[in-house]
Design a protein around this ligand. Structure first.
Ligand code: 5GP
Ligand code: ZN
Length: 114
């Protein structure tokens, strides 16, 4: 099935290149890029190319494509300490209504030295 897109969605615009982003990894089904408001250096987002609001509404093939990308990003950044975060619904702090997985590096105290 063709991926759905929503013209007014900021992440759909990023996928289409209508809004610039710092791309990390792209596959047929997914796109990943740096978060514009990073909680730590290297904070990344992995999103499906299918416009879906919440994770439990996302077709499994997109879900299955996303985690290996999160893994690649963690390995490429040499991360040993990081959080994977995925918010669904306003009350759960979802601000952008297009499924996204955060990969948030957790720097150790020594990472901030020098
Ligand atoms: P949420 O709170 O919905 O889980 O997270 C949304 C994330 O998207 C936030 O961390 C925010 O910084 C990021 N974000 C929102 N708009 C943009 C954008 O235009 N570009 C990029 N790279 N990140 C964005
Ligand atoms: Zn979208």
């Amino acid at each position: 099935a063709a991926a759905r897109s929503l013209a007014s969605c900021i992440f759909c615009k990023i996928i289409k290149g209508e809004i610039p982003s710092f791309k990390l990894v792209e596959t047929e089904l997914s796109y990943s890029f740096l978060d514009i408001g990073p909680l730590s250096k290297g904070h990344a987002l992995v999103i499906p190319k299918d416009h879906t609001v919440k994770m439990h509404e996302l077709p499994d093939e997109y879900l299955a494509d996303a985690m290996p990308i999160a893994k690649k990003i963690a390995i490429a950044q040499g991360l040993e300490n990081f959080n994977i975060l995925q918010n669904n619904g306003r009350i759960a702090h979802q601000e952008v209504d297009h499924v996204h997985f955060h990969v948030i590096p957790k720097p150790s105290a020594s990472d901030n030295e020098g």
